[in-house]
Design a binder for this molecule. Structure first.
Ligand code: UT7
Length: 332
């Protein structure tokens, strides 16, 4: 039997920085409020002509180059995004595959909001363990600035743009293998986080509606409480199921939504400051890109070493959630 191993990581962030002070000129807010309530200091904003696939390609190039796997050996591309190049079709994954010169590779997107990266990791694992695919490129890429309402201070302070990518490939060595992934959803809470207009659930009735049709809406305070509860429960379950103590986790990588959520979950799990990876201060919430961007951060600053155990923990619109126990298993 083949197992699935996380071989490499890469990320890309756009150059433009949107600071809290910049936002305070746009809506009734302040650096002090945003810093205190979210831990966010700044976020990145893609250029007008820079697409979700463009960012995904840049992250993917790094992941491919670092993986030691030849580009022609990639047999699947999966992209997690809620801000695709085109809604419905074509998928952003097919565009990324084309821009990378990947020929006729299987490529598709999935929609699981901020849990997207954990979902695509689980799909990659399943395809590899079944023997159907060997080398799968997974990408979380978001241009959330394109679906953010910059007149709504309850959401526009949170979100940013960026991309992260990883190579997952087959191994016969169980020590390199992804240990477990747990994913779930509960549509009862669908209205906490939505882009309500434009789909068949809420079709356009006028052209005017079109311009703002995809903007995200969020019941922030309710979402916050469910996030803390769900993120904590999910991790407790995966650790118990696999008989692993939280002290054995080298890097705990929660979805980067709000520092207060990260702190509450980290404290509930008795994680030390050194274990918990935080990037929300620099990049805000980048939804499906947040977890791979955070893994890339510790890779590039030299603190992620071969064989170290990562615990991923995500939560997002749907509601969806997911956690994963993943040793970092580079080939080079
Ligand atoms: O990634 C997917 C999951 N998303 C999340 O996990 C996001 C979860 N939610 C949050 O991060 C927080 O709920 C927010 C940061 C969005 C809001 O923080 P909060 O502490 O929950 O604030 P709140 O919504 O309870 O509002 C408290 C007060 C209100 O004023 P009043 O009614 O007390 O006078 C708001 O109008 O803060 C006000 N407020 C703001 N003030 C200044 C809300 N947003 C802002 C703002 N600047 N940007």
């Amino acid at each position: 039997m083949s197992y699935a191993a996380l071989r490499s990581i890469g990320a890309y962030v756009p150059k433009k920085i949107l600071s809290n002070d910049d936002l305070a000129k746009m809506v009734d807010t302040s650096d002090e409020w945003i810093s205190k309530r979210t831990g966010i200091k700044e976020r990145r904003i893609a250029a007008k002509d820079e697409t979700t696939s463009d960012m995904g390609v840049e992250a993917a190039k790094k992941a491919i180059e670092r993986s030691g796997i030849e580009i022609e050996d990639i047999d699947m591309v999966i992209c997690a995004t809620i801000s695709p190049d085109y809604f419905c079709m074509p998928s952003t994954a097919t565009i990324i595959a084309k821009k990378l010169g990947l020929g006729n590779t299987t490529a598709f997107d999935i929609s699981a909001a901020c849990t997207g990266f954990v979902y695509i990791l689980s799909i990659a694992k399943a395809f590899i363990e079944s023997g159907m695919k060997k080398n799968i490129l997974i990408i979380g890429s978001e241009k959330l600035s394109a679906i953010t309402d910059y007149t709504d201070r309850g959401t526009c302070i949170l979100f940013g743009d960026g991309a992260g990518a990883a190579m997952v490939s087959a191994t016969q060595n169980i020590d390199e293998a992804i240990i477990d992934i747990n994913t779930g959803s509960d549509g009862t809470y669908a209205d906490l986080l939505m882009s309500p207009n434009g789909g068949t659930g809420s079709p356009h009735d006028s052209l005017d509606q079109e311009a703002t049709s995809c903007f995200m809406q969020m019941k922030g305070n309710e979402t916050f409480k469910v996030a803390v509860r769900t993120l904590t429960k999910d991790v407790v379950e995966i650790l118990e199921k696999n008989n692993i103590e939280s002290s054995a986790i080298k890097h705990f990588i929660p979805h980067q939504a709000n520092y207060r959520i990260i702190k509450a979950v980290g404290d509930a799990l008795k994680m030390t400051k050194e274990q918990v990876v935080v990037t929300v201060d620099k990049y805000g919430n980048t939804s499906g890109a947040s977890i791979p961007m955070a893994i890339n951060e510790i890779y590039e600053n030299g603190s992620l070493k071969s064989g170290e155990l990562l615990l991923l923990d995500a939560f997002g619109g749907g509601l969806t959630w997911g956690s994963a126990l993943v040793p970092f298993s580079p080939l080079k």
